[in-house]
Design a protein around this ligand. Structure first.
Ligand code: HEM
Length: 127
């Protein structure tokens, strides 16, 4: 029925704007901070950069800057570290190859109240 259909504008990792029709399930996978945090090991290493989630498991050993600096951020937000190092455009392209989805957005209200991710996790748990 028409209620279960939604038209969504989705920005793909390659930054092409697409209009797509979805049937309740979101087109781009979304992960909570807790889900990302579960992937903090050498055999499964996810990181967050600019609210996007990357599975860099197969890259850690190839990283020109070394395995350790990435593992320091395994399961966590590496935005500041990644930016501070001043990675090249190539590094951003390499990173984009490991994109798996978006970090869940928290409602503006929750953010304004300063509660953020915690509230969203509770909502998911009680859904
Ligand atoms: C996980 C995503 C990451 C990717 C895809 C990535 C990619 C790269 C690439 C391609 C280079 C080669 C130089 C360049 O192109 O800029 C590089 C170098 C480097 N990266 Fe990363 N990097 C990542 C995360 C990090 C993090 C979290 C740190 C933490 C500080 C870091 C620190 C460095 C350092 C220090 C170098 C310089 C190595 C050298 O002396 O040549 N990288 N990275």
């Amino acid at each position: 029925d028409s209620n279960s259909m939604a038209v969504a504008a989705v920005v793909s990792p390659s930054a092409h704007l697409q209009t797509t029709v979805t049937h309740r399930s979101p087109r781009v996978p979304e992960f909570s901070k807790d889900e990302v945090a579960d992937h903090c090991e050498i055999h499964s290493c996810w990181i967050i950069v600019c609210d996007k989630v990357y599975d860099v498991t197969n890259f850690t050993r190839e990283h020109p800057g070394g395995l350790d600096v990435i593992m320091e951020y395994a399961g966590r937000d590496a935005t500041v570290a990644f930016m501070d190092k001043g990675h090249s455009k190539d590094a951003w392209i390499v990173l984009s190859g490991y994109y798996i989805g978006e970090l869940v957005k928290v409602s503006d209200n929750a953010l304004t109240m300063g509660i953020g991710q915690d509230v969203h996790s509770l909502m998911l748990e009680n859904a």
